[in-house]
Design a protein around this ligand. Structure first.
Ligand code: SAH
Length: 277
């Protein structure tokens, strides 16, 4: 199927359900079968997989996932779209639609192992923190290209971010391909990219993950300072569950106090955090 007929199909589905795309819900729908194919191929789905999809929209990705035989749980916030999805997939046992905000749904209750989606860009950061907390064996996600690059930014780069640390500690990531604005309706301003994340083997879990994330995010507010100075900032910006003196001592013992925050490797952040414990 070419992009034009897919665009027509998507538009027809919208007219039929009396729906107009809204910016505030980051509603840019995929209309490019080639991009959908790349998304599905990169996730190597099997019938035994349980896939989480965030932001089902008109169901173009949901349908492609279901075609592989995998089970898909799709979360869609918008009531009109959720109704459209329920009607479209009625009677399909391997498709489950949850109407709600993906940031409020308890992801732990969904037994998924993979994530495949073209999710809403407005919740990029928050949804990645939530997905990393809950874990997955593989994710194929279409994000705005700058966001995908941020996830993959190495230590020392100006884009290095707490999400880069967490992502690179747990996952091997790569950009599979760029996706042009024309692959979406309405056409967005920026390019997107297909990001693939695969769980690395033998990675130790992070104890007290939520405390780790708050601590890491606070240190990154001072990313151009030394670890020693950033730790001092924790006195004015306390993180619940973190003892600043223990943190200072651990950084000193690991000889990290005079290292700049943005130069630390993901493993060093985790080691330092575990040394405080
Ligand atoms: N994957 C679909 C839709 C992409 S647009 C496609 O390519 O066609 C993003 C979708 O996410 C929209 O359908 C929008 O309504 C939905 N959405 C926005 N915020 C959401 C949230 N917090 N939780 C779940 N879905 C959300």
């Amino acid at each position: 199927m070419n992009a034009v007929s897919t665009l027509e199909q998507v538009q027809r589905a919208m007219v039929e359900s009396g729906f107009f795309p809204q910016k505030k819900y980051s509603q840019n729908f995929l209309v490019d079968e080639d991009a959908v194919k790349s998304l599905i191929d990169s996730s190597a789905l099997k019938p035994s997989d349980h896939v989480l999809e965030i932001g089902g929209g008109t169901g173009i990705v949901t349908h492609a996932i279901a075609q592989t035989g995998a089970h898909v749980t799709c979360i869609e916030l918008h009531d009109t779209l959720a109704r459209h999805l329920r009607e479209r997939f009625v009677g399909q046992k391997n498709v489950e639609i949850i109407e709600g905000d993906a940031l409020r749904v308890d992801l732990k209750k969904i037994p998924y192992t993979k994530v495949v989606a073209s999710p809403p860009y407005a919740i990029s950061d928050d949804i990645m923190y939530a997905l990393f907390e809950n874990g997955f064996s593989h994710a194929s996600l279409i994000w705005q290209i700058e966001f995908a690059e941020k996830i993959l930014s190495p230590p020392g780069s100006s884009e290095y971010h707490p999400l880069s640390v967490i992502s690179q500690y747990f996952y091997d990531g790569k950009i599979i391909r760029k996706i042009t604005p024309k692959s979406f309706y309405p056409i967005p301003n920026q390019f997107s990219a297909l990001l693939s994340l695969t769980k690395r083997k033998n990675v130790l879990p992070i104890t007290r993950y939520r405390v780790f994330v708050s601590w890491l995010r606070t240190l990154f507010r001072f990313k151009n300072k030394t670890i020693g100075n950033a730790i001092q900032q924790l006195r004015k910006n306390p993180v619940k569950g973190i003892n600043v003196s223990a943190c200072e001592k651990a950084a000193h013992e690991m000889k990290l106090s005079s290292e700049k925050v943005f130069l630390l490797e993901p493993e060093e952040f985790v080691e330092l955090f575990h040394a405080i414990e």
